[in-house]
Ligand binder design. Sequence first.
Ligand code: PHE
Length: 339
Amino acid sequence: LKSETEAALAAATDLRAWDAIRVGVLGKSGRLTGLLKELGRLSAEERRERGAALNRLKEELTALVEARRLDLEAAALDARLAAERIDVTLPPRPSATGLIHPISRTMDEMAAIFGAMGFAIAEGPDIENDWLNFSALNIPAHHSAREDMDTFYLPAQTPGGRRPVLRTHTSPVQARSMLGRELPFRVIVPGRTYRADHDATHSPMFHQVEGLVLDRNITLGHLKGCLIDFLRSFFGISDLPVRFRSSYFPFTEPSMEVDIGWNRKTGELGGGGDWLEILGSGMVHPKVLANCGIDPREWQGFAFGMGIERVTMLKHGIPDLRTFYESDIRWLRHYGFNP
Ligand code: PHE
């Protein structure tokens, strides 16, 4: 029985087989247990002798079984360690970090530049009413500017007969700020704007940033200084030529369009001899101040507005407006920014 058990244990390669052998030998109806049970049928003399021998055998078998268990457990642990080992020399999996869209990047840069000049960020809803989008800004009903802006009207009426529109510019937030903020203040307003226009250089949804400064004794000189500083800082060209050209907006008087220098042939910004229109601006019209309950004899201000896509395309050499909204991951990998 001992040599048989030894051979069987050696052949057992896992704990399950080992346990079957243990039960078959030492279990309740195991072979050794059977032999012990037979002792009762022997005489006292024989029983003493055979009993002692069987007890020795039992100890030996128990030792054999126990030793094999330790072997098998050690082997099982080795196998697990080998299987679950971590190879710290493997290269890491590529991490999927997102990139900052150029539009967001431009907004962040503008927030930083104007923030350093003391501007806060203001926001307004994409769905405005025609009073805030037009009337408050001195654009009366039937004024050509309402048609020029290719307005999306929404099919509902708000209280007071005001019609909801998708805002055609960020300028309604000028009125919102004048109505809702303590004077004096400076704000910029980045956000989405909408016009029913779609081609290579127009998108029905695009982004603008508005600026508004209201204080006592604000002059055209403040406007010019602020915008020159901003443009040179934003484009990173310390001697970027900036030109102010007389223009017209219903909500500013005088109004000025602002051009920057570039080279029409190479597209390079700077003193290339040509001019490129970049933003609209002007002194806040006294009627706009009055519409918002502000006394124009005490308070003056300047305002400006520009297209975010446009300045982003110029700054980073992005040729096609439509690619901004296509969500093409290859485009984002090329033009996006690391966070
Ligand atoms: N709202 C004007 C536009 O969309 C830009 C502008 C803003 C002009 C503020 C003057 C002052 O074209």
